[in-house]
Design a protein around this ligand. Structure first.
Ligand code: GLU
Length: 518
């Protein structure tokens, strides 16, 4: 068969905007995107907002933001709430053909029936009571204002389909009662709208979570009733927590945006999500979106649940953070420093500049100030601060806690932090004063980590000869580091001191002396 005859592949991601983009849904979106792109097909985004009470525009925005962030761009966009006329046409067709009917059974009545069936040990399903109402009767009751829904008559049969991941799947439709497909002609429900849309949008392959498997036979029966062709199904394995139970809130963050806030990079999530149920069958574990497009294949998607391993997520994130160009990484860290009240952005406002879109002011971040002092901090300095942590951070959200001392005027820490091993207070005072004297000798123009290191190391060797308790370099280097960072651990003190600068280094040693003497 020539290429031209091949049917164009079309996949869709069809989220309901009833919550932020779930991490499992992001995986579904990714697999649909990869499958479409790999086969030069189309990828469609369809917002399934038929549930008016639960659908929210902010959730839709979160979903769209998340997909864009991951780089999963779509070829067409639809919103089900804008397609009512299409659904109505098909609902009328089913009613005309007597394949659907109005049902007036009350909630309490249905519930009582359900309970009775359960108590008999039977699977609960609708008993088909209203299927026998005549058209006139139904019309009469609608006119009277009786409440109703529209039900689809499920014919008893075996439903079989071949799932690309699970193989042959079979359902017995007699287990499904006649299902509600719409509240009324203008309010169709999920299984119905999905069936119509998948057909109308010429979807060839449906990749979706295994949790949606029970809906598939219902949709297939509807397709058959409407004379639609059947798309090919692939139900993706469940995502499990480390304890092998279905991934849920109790395992941690659930939404993609939450992972993003925690400082995971988009490259990390794409790479990580792709391995939730798929693997290349080789040792290779680093995949960009474009390499995934080349290598992804449904044949390599597993049937069994995919375990969500947070350690792997951190490992990948560390990898991608180390790969990031420093400029870019620094930019990515800025929102975290702002959020932690360490810096504030400075906006350059070009006021009253009318442009073609009618926007009069345009705000551009032109720099950053330290929040506490208002002092300007230039981007190169910010880059150097970030650079000393680039190797070790796993998430961007860890950054503020590591670097906060660079931005503070007065460090708050306990006296005892300054003591190394068995240093006595008198000795510590001598050591700190000595430190101040040593670093003060370095001139502004020579102030760099190499110089600081050379001097401090050689002086610490001398000091240990002078003071009886002092036996190693830690006696000098530890209080130096503690005084300039106020922390138990930090990046190497010489680099820290170089970035802090001469004035602040000396000031911090003085503050340490005052603290000890107090
Ligand atoms: N809108 C459905 C959901 O978010 C998914 C529909 C589908 O993939 O068939 O659960």
């Amino acid at each position: 068969m020539g290429l031209l005859n091949k049917k164009q592949i079309r996949t869709r991601f069809a989220p309901s905007p009833t919550g932020n983009l779930h991490i499992g849904s992001a995986r579904t979106a990714l697999f649909n995107y990869l499958f479409a792109r790999k086969n030069r097909g189309e990828f469609i985004l369809r917002i399934e907002d038929t549930d008016k009470e639960r659908s929210k525009i902010e959730y839709e925005e979160d979903i769209i933001d998340g997909l864009k962030w991951l780089g999963l761009n779509w070829d067409s966009f639809y919103r089900q709430s804008e397609r009512k006329d299409i659904y109505r046409k098909y609902l009328e067709k089913l009613l005309d053909e007597k394949k659907a009917y109005y049902c007036f059974c009350r909630k309490e009545e249905l519930e009582a029936k359900r309970q009775e069936q359960i108590s008999r040990g039977a699977a609960p399903k609708y008993n088909g009571k209203c299927a026998s109402l005549s058209e006139d009767e139904a019309e009469e009751r609608i006119k009277k204002g009786d409440e109703y829904v529209i039900r689809f008559k499920i014919p008893a049969k075996k439903i079989k389909f071949n799932d690309l991941i699970r193989g042959a799947v079979e359902f017995d439709s007699s287990l499904i009662g006649d299902m509600v497909i719409a509240k009324d002609l203008d309010n169709p429900l999920y299984n119905f709208t999905v069936t119509i849309d998948d057909f109308e949008m010429k979807i060839t392959h449906i990749l979706r979570g295994e949790d949606l498997l029970p809906n598939t036979p219902k949709q297939i029966i509807l397709q058959e009733a409407l004379g639609f062709t059947q798309p090919i199904y692939a139900h993706l394995p469940l995502i499990l927590g480390p304890d092998k139970s279905k991934l849920s809130k109790r395992h941690g963050a659930e939404s993609l945006s939450e992972y993003r806030r925690q400082g995971y990079l988009e490259e990390t999530l794409v790479n990580f999500l792709s391995f939730l149920g798929w693997n290349p069958g080789t040792e290779k574990e680093i995949f960009s979106l474009s390499s995934l497009i080349k290598e992804f294949s449904i044949d390599k998607v597993q049937k069994s649940g995919a375990v969500f391993n947070i350690k792997r997520l951190d490992y990948l994130n560390g990898f991608y953070i180390r790969q990031k160009p420093l400029d870019k990484l620094t930019e990515l860290c800025m929102p975290y420093l702002i959020e932690a009240d360490l810096i504030t952005p400075v906006f350059e406002t070009q006021e009253r500049l009318p442009n073609l879109t009618g926007i009069f002011g345009k705000e551009i971040v032109s720099g950053y100030n330290m929040k506490e002092t208002g002092e300007k901090i230039d981007f190169n300095c910010l880059k150097r601060i970030i650079s000393i942590y680039q190797e070790r951070i796993k998430r961007l959200s860890e950054v503020p806690e590591l670097v906060d001392f660079f931005f503070k005027e007065n460090l708050v820490y306990e006296k005892k932090l300054l003591f190394w091993k068995n240093t006595e207070i008198g000795e510590l005072i001598i050591i700190l004063e000595k430190l101040k004297e040593i670093v003060s000798q370095i001139e502004e123009k020579d102030w760099n980590s190499k110089k600081l290191e050379d001097i401090l190391i050689s002086e610490s060797d001398k000091i240990s000869l002078e003071l009886k308790n002092v036996k190693d370099r830690g006696y000098l280097i530890w209080p130096f580091r503690a005084a300039i960072t106020g922390k138990e651990s930090s990046a190497p003190p010489f680099v820290v001191s170089e970035i802090l600068g001469r004035k602040k280094t000396i000031k911090r040693i003085e503050n340490a002396i005052n603290l000890i003497k107090r």
